[in-house]
Design a protein around this ligand. Structure first.
Ligand code: 5GP
Ligand code: ZN
Length: 113
């Protein structure tokens, strides 16, 4: 499972992807296909398929805090930003390793598509 998981491979450094942030159990990288001037992905170092599979509230808190730190370090805190967790098929999740999108640098629309 994790051998073929794209984000597990990024966590292990097998696919080069500069880190923009790291905490004990999570990393943050730039999205390869940014949907906003700033677009980061925050993910756990261990393989967790999606938000629906999470049982560890401390891990979820750590992911949100890293998202917050990355947003702050990229000057998004004052202007605002959006955190999105696409979950499962209807949620539009395409990579089956839990990740938070952190989007900023432009005004977001609502409702999302
Ligand atoms: P999802 O659709 O699962 O919510 O988000 C997956 C995200 O991963 C997409 O925004 C996509 O652009 C990004 N992505 C896919 N492959 C790679 C990759 O190899 N490197 C990076 N940095 N992002 C990727
Ligand atoms: Zn994985």
């Amino acid at each position: 499972m994790t051998d073929s998981c794209l984000f597990c491979r990024i966590v292990r450094g097998e696919i080069p992807s500069p880190l923009v942030g790291e905490s004990e159990n999570a990393i943050a990288i730039r999205d390869i296909s940014p949907q906003a001037p700033a677009h980061f992905l925050v993910m756990p170092k261990i393989h967790v398929q999606s938000l629906a599979q999470v049982r560890d509230s401390a891990l979820l808190g750590e992911l949100l805090m890293l998202a917050n730190r990355v947003a702050e370090e990229h000057w998004l805190a004052d202007s605002g930003f959006r955190v999105v967790v696409n979950t499962g098929e209807n949620g539009g999740q395409t990579v089956q390793h839990l990740h938070l999108h952190v989007l900023g640098g432009r005004a977001m629309r609502w409702p999302p598509g």
